[in-house]
Each structure stands twice: as structure tokens, then as C-alpha cells.
Ligand binder design. Structure first.
Ligand code: SF4
Length: 283
């Protein structure tokens, strides 16, 4: 046996050839798929690495915190509707206050200055009040499902797809709530959310054996006077379904290859890991 044969192959690979550090522990990337994992993968694989492999904790941005609280309150509204309880704004306000306080205790939100938190809370409630008044879903309409946790096994990929659908309206219409600083520019809504909608369509079909009748994106817009916009979309097309499956293939292959390639672009401006990314790239 010569000297080269006596050295195990893995010891001959210089460790500095690995551009990113070793994952800290098994992150369970192949346990399941979700719309948010796939969307993050599509946006930037290096961001995906920081979020789901390294699991670097980041503060909850104020806009995200507002969105979470609005979602919580809309969940309460839909549960009350599901149970055929009368609409009770005071009860919803009390639950909103409680949820807001619980959220503040469990999340680290970097408010910039004094008064920001109170303003954010007032803004969130104003959006909700506008929604209560202008919702396209009549309060008397009993939902088909509220906060529906759906889980299906994708045989062709050997992995589970999971998701939580905000609301399924009578007749199989899938509703997702969005809070936004401004109204989406005309025509820019659907493609931004294509992966999420395709994932929900796949989950719904697997759970019910039926096609969804379509999708509705309910936007609660944080303008001075809040606005409600609804974008109505057709059921998932065969093409959209194929795009989702192609993305899942790419995701699984990319994870196996540890292809954590950065995708620089405008989205770097609001990336939670911009500083880590700059360090890695030596910028
Ligand atoms: S800063 Fe840009 S390139 Fe870097 S991880 Fe974030 S989104 Fe990706």
C-alpha cells in the first residue's frame, strides 16, 4: 500500500473548498415541503440556507408582526362564523388585544421609536375594522374550512407537502389573506403567489378528491385610510401544477447537491441575512 492509498479520501478534500460552513445539525429539510420553503428556495438559495439549514434567528419585522396579528384576528372571525356565533366586534377586539400582548411577549420586534408599537396596533385594528365592514364574504356564509391544516404525501417525490389554508369558502374557493403597505400594481398579484396557490390547490385536491373552484387573495392595505382589495383567480391550471412539480424536483436535487447559490437582486434590500451574505461573499 502506498502513502496516497493509506489516506481516507475525505481527508484529502481541503476544507476551505466548502464555501459555506457545515450545517449545524440535521435541519430536517427532507421531512416535508411547504409553500414557504419552496418560495424561499425560489427567491434565493443562500437565503434558504441561512433560514432553514443554519436556522439563524432574526427579529420579527414590524410589518410581519402586524400581518401575524391581523391573521390571528381573522382566524377568530372565521371560527365564530364557522360556529354560527353572532358577529361581536367587542369580543374580536378583546381577542386582538390579548393576542397582541402574547405576540409581544414571544417575539422580538425592533420598533424604531417610541410610539411605533401603539401606531402599529392602531393601524392593524383599523385594517381589521375596514375588513369587517367591506369583506366580500358575507358574515352569514358558513365556511367549508377555517385554518385548514392539510398534509399530503407526494408519491412521485417521496415527500410530504404540508400547509395551512386560511379559509375555504363554500363551494371550494380557497382564500388567503395578505397585508400590504400598498395595493399590488395591476396584474402583479397572482404570479407573486403562484407557488403558494399551486401548493394549496394540490393539498386541497388531495384532501377532498375535488378541484378547488378558484382562489381569492384578500389584501388588507395599510394606507392611511385602509383599503380592501380582492384578487380572484381561476383554479390551478395543469401548467401551474407542472411548474410546482418542476420546482419540487429542483428543490430536492438542489438540497442533495447543497446548491446554496446566492441570487442577488432587489430582494436583497429586505433580506434578513444581508450582512451574513456580504461576509460570505467577501463584499
Ligand atoms: S442578500 Fe440577497 S443574495 Fe444574499 S442571501 Fe439575501 S437575498 Fe440572497
Amino acid at each position: 500500500m502506498n502513502a496516497a492509498q493509506s489516506v481516507p479520501a475525505q481527508q484529502k478534500v481541503p476544507s476551505n473548498l466548502r464555501i459555506l460552513p457545515e450545517p449545524s445539525s440535521d435541519p430536517g429539510l427532507l421531512d416535508y415541503l411547504s409553500a414557504s420553503r419552496l418560495k424561499c428556495w425560489q427567491t434565493c438559495r443562500r437565503q434558504f440556507f441561512f433560514r432553514y439549514v443554519e436556522r439563524i434567528a432574526t427579529p420579527t419585522a414590524p410589518a410581519l408582526f402586524i400581518g401575524q396579528q391581523v391573521h390571528e384576528c381573522l382566524k377568530s372571525l372565521n371560527w365564530a362564523r364557522w360556529k354560527s356565533e353572532p358577529f361581536d366586534a367587542d369580543q374580536l377586539r378583546a381577542e386582538f388585544d390579548e393576542s397582541w400582548e402574547r405576540g409581544l411577549e414571544s417575539e422580538s420586534v425592533p420598533w424604531k421609536k417610541e410610539g411605533d408599537e401603539a401606531n402599529a396596533k392602531a393601524q392593524a385594528w383599523a385594517m381589521l375594522e375596514t375588513y369587517f365592514a367591506e369583506s366580500p364574504v358575507p358574515y352569514s356564509e358558513t365556511p367549508e374550512g377555517v385554518e385548514v391544516e392539510v398534509d399530503c404525501y407526494l408519491d412521485r417525490f417521496g415527500i410530504r407537502l404540508v400547509g395551512i389554508i386560511d379559509l375555504v369558502r363554500l363551494g371550494g374557493k380557497i382564500v388567503d389573506y395578505k397585508t400590504a403597505a400598498r395595493a399590488p400594481s395591476s396584474g402583479s398579484g397572482p404570479e407573486q403567489h403562484a407557488t403558494q396557490l399551486a401548493a394549496y390547490g394540490t393539498l386541497y385536491r388531495s384532501a377532498t378528491g375535488q378541484r378547488e373552484s378558484g382562489f381569492e387573495l384578500h389584501y388588507l392595505i395599510k394606507t392611511k385610510v385602509p383599503k380592501i382589495l380582492v384578487s380572484t383567480l381561476d383554479p390551478m391550471s395543469d401548467r401551474l401544477e407542472s411548474e410546482l412539480f418542476r420546482l419540487i424536483e429542483d428543490y430536492l436535487e438542489g438540497i442533495a447537491a447543497e446548491a446554496w447559490i446566492p441570487s442577488p437582486g432587489q430582494h436583497c434590500s429586505w433580506c434578513d441575512y444581508a450582512s451574513e451574505c456580504r461576509t460570505l461573499s467577501g463584499l
